[in-house]
Design a protein around this ligand. Structure first.
Ligand SMILES: [Zn+2]
Length: 151
């Protein structure tokens, strides 16, 4: 049911092409941030920055990582996620999918269930919310680990 691997961006070239299509250059920083996002799948600017620093790319500040991530989300290359603490997370996969979210660890796991998404979207589009029009549906299933982690 859940796959921790994002199912978009097969390779760096696809990402570079997406940037080019949006009129952006594939700078070293953008490509480095994307490589980390590909591994983490869902991450905050802090987490991306920590991973970059652990690889010796300490010159990149959290602010510039955040700017890159926010820009990618704005362009629809990534998507936004909000954790329970109000922290902004970014998702390397911009397509519509469900999430299993564990608040304790702040981890997101992708859940592919097109049937469920379609069902809920259809229901929401049919329903009338007076004065509002539905743009999108974002489903986050809150969970905690049922098995204690093995040491
Ligand atoms: Zn996701």
């Amino acid at each position: 049911m859940s796959s921790p691997q994002p199912h978009t961006w097969e390779d760096a070239e696809a990402f570079k092409k997406a940037l080019k299509d949006k009129g952006l250059k594939a700078t070293r920083q953008r490509v480095a941030v994307h490589e980390v996002m590909m591994e983490l799948g869902h991450a905050s600017a802090d987490q991306v920055c920590e991973t970059l620093a652990s690889r010796g790319s300490s010159k990149v500040t959290t602010a510039s990582v955040y700017n890159i991530l926010a820009q990618m989300a704005f362009l629809g290359i990534y998507s936004h996620r909000f954790s329970i603490g109000g922290k902004m997370y970014f998702d390397v996969d911009p397509t519509c999918h469900l999430h299993l979210y564990e608040p304790l660890s702040g981890q997101y796991f992708d859940v592919q269930d097109e049937e469920l998404v379609e069902y809920i979207e259809t229901r929401c589009k049919r329903r009338r919310f007076k004065g509002y029009k539905v743009d999108a549906v974002d489903i986050q299933i809150i969970c905690h680990q049922s098995q204690p982690k093995k040491k």
